[in-house]
Design a protein around this ligand. Sequence first.
Ligand SMILES: C[S@@+](CC[C@H](N)C(=O)[O-])C[C@H]1O[C@@H](n2cnc3c(N)ncnc32)[C@H](O)[C@@H]1O
Ligand SMILES: [Zn+2]
Length: 299
Amino acid sequence: MHSPSAGRQADTFPVTDDRSALDAVARRLTCPHCGAAPLQRDARSLRCPRGHSFDIARQGYVSLLSGRRRHRGDDAAMVAAREAVLGGGHYQPLRSTITALVAEHSPPTTRLVVDLAGGTGHYLSPILDALPASWGLTVDLSAAALRRASRTHRLAAAVAADVWEPLPLAGRTAGVVLSVFGPRNTTEIDRILTADGIVTLATAGPEHLWELRDRLGMIGVDPRKADRLRRAFAGFSPIAGETVRWRLAVKHDEARALVAMGPGAHHLDLGQRDQAIDALPGLTGITAEIDVAVLRRHR
Ligand SMILES: C[S@@+](CC[C@H](N)C(=O)[O-])C[C@H]1O[C@@H](n2cnc3c(N)ncnc32)[C@H](O)[C@@H]1O
Ligand SMILES: [Zn+2]
């Protein structure tokens, strides 16, 4: 478990006082153009030692994207839908499970928790309450998500970066990496984790939202996913894990939001979606099934 006072002496990373999270996290960020570090904050930007400068958005996040954008993050409608579902407490069982597992297994030296493809920071925020000696960083591509993520917690900062590219973070810097329903780049996760760091993965299980998927013809969960994940994290061993299963009780507008926040949202015919949802009972039970795994490097 964490001992904030012991941790505070052990590391030059600033202790958690009321300075802005971005000031603190900037010390662990690297320049996406030249790789130099650390970034220093001035009034409106972060600067690298060689003079590259990155504006801080009014909402508090910083874009550290370099070059051409090959991927797009979620658009505003998807983020609003996810916020409605998560804000309605429908994924609370998953949120508490992730928080508890991270609190139990994170190394006591953790000073930074990085939430990759972290969206609005929904899963990062309670972890920062549980590990008060740590700062948090959400990495995502979606401006709509980052606007919220930068305000999710006073200890959390947010940057725009593509998880498929080298991350603008120093090596061996994150005691905890979260990857909840997002694309994952194992090479970069391995590079940024501290020697005893943990990565916490959450992935949809085979029955996740099956009632909606069946009715709407949405893409299912790839049955080889667990194998692929094991191979991708070959240098790691699972140290804890749980399948979290519960039933969501949703009304029509919430069912629409569940579909709109999902990976297949772009490919769906909205008329067809609404017709299928209108045919459901006023309150419908939908299965949620999510595999959570905590991994650490082989020792
Ligand atoms: C299914 S959402 C999950 C968000 C968050 N982890 C949660 O569970 O609430 C996937 C997220 O990945 C982001 N994303 C997609 N491709 C990305 C990429 N290449 N780099 C960074 N973020 C990406 C999207 O913008 C979106 O916020
Ligand atoms: Zn630079």
